[in-house]
Write a protein of this length. Structure first.
Length: 283
């Protein structure tokens, strides 16, 4: 565990101390994993116009980078994942600006959800409102048992506006999602695991990055697999979940066909025959 990349170490030229979003391309045994780190300590990583702009720019660059195999979204601020929208900034906005900001935030979170590679949210602290919506847009969520999560917008007489009303019921079921949104209830990591909100729960460590370390270990399980197959599998699952089973099976068939002519598939079959690990380059 001590060898895992930590928040204090810099990976790649894009990591800068002053940035509110740190983009890290990991090296060595973690090569292919990109870490997006929220870094607005003074505002509990609240989603500001600038932070949303940086997230959109980073996601746009990642979606066309064939070297990226998995993206881990985390916080580099101890004890907090994301407190949601920056309400202090929003209070200074005109009503028309608020609508524009929410639309931009929603679009950016949708862009994250549509990244062609696996995405993992490492929740080592509090994830409220837009912060949880951000995590819900990731394929997999890992949290520390001490983490706190909830869609609390109804306390402010509004509703989740960046996908929460749609992704939460798709994740934990309609009735329970309604209960959590109607009550603005906050759950810890253990309860989040029990209701299916997260996939893995871990005890927090002294460094405060237990969920991040678990996310990295999970991401490393993805690295040996065929890059094209991973992208197509995600596409098949995402599209198939929105339609009936018959249509979903047709989508799977079409997606499977995309893997047949690839060099990845040939290398995978050859490696199996020769009883060695495959050496994928991606296409």
């Amino acid at each position: 565990a001590a060898a895992l990349p930590s928040a204090g170490r810099s990976y790649g030229s894009q990591a800068k101390e002053e940035e509110e979003l740190r983009v890290r391309y990991l090296d060595d045994e973690h090569k292919g994993i990109v870490v997006l780190g929220l870094n607005r300590s003074h505002a509990k990583n609240a989603l500001s116009k600038n932070l949303v702009k940086m997230m959109s720019k980073a996601v746009d660059a990642l979606k066309s980078d064939k070297k990226v195999r998995t993206v881990v979204f985390r916080s580099e601020v101890p004890g907090i994942f994301c407190a949601g929208a920056d309400l202090k900034e929003r209070a200074k906005m005109h009503s028309s600006e608020v609508s524009s900001f929410v639309s931009r935030a929603r679009a950016t979170i949708n862009e994250l959800a549509n990244l062609p590679v696996p995405t993992i949210a490492a929740i080592d602290g509090t994830a409220l409102g837009g912060g949880l919506e951000l995590a819900l847009a990731c394929d997999i969520r890992v949290a520390a048992s001490s983490a706190k999560m909830g869609l609390v917008e109804t306390k402010l007489a509004i509703i989740p506006g960046a996908g929460g009303t749609q992704r939460l019921p798709r994740t934990i079921g309609v009735s329970l999602a309604k209960e959590l949104i109607f009550s603005a209830r906050i759950v810890d990591g253990e309860e989040a695991k029990s209701i299916g909100l997260i996939s893995h729960v871990v005890e927090q460590n002294e460094a405060g990055d237990a969920a991040y370390r678990r996310a990295l270990a999970l991401a490393r399980e993805f690295l040996p697999q065929g890059p094209v197959a991973m992208r197509v599998a995600k596409l098949a699952i995402n599209q198939g979940m929105e339609v009936d089973l018959v249509t979903g099976l047709a989508i799977e068939e079409a997606c499977y066909a995309q893997t047949i002519p690839t060099k990845d598939r040939i290398e995978g079959l050859l490696a199996f025959k020769e009883k060695r690990p495959p050496r994928y380059k991606g296409e």
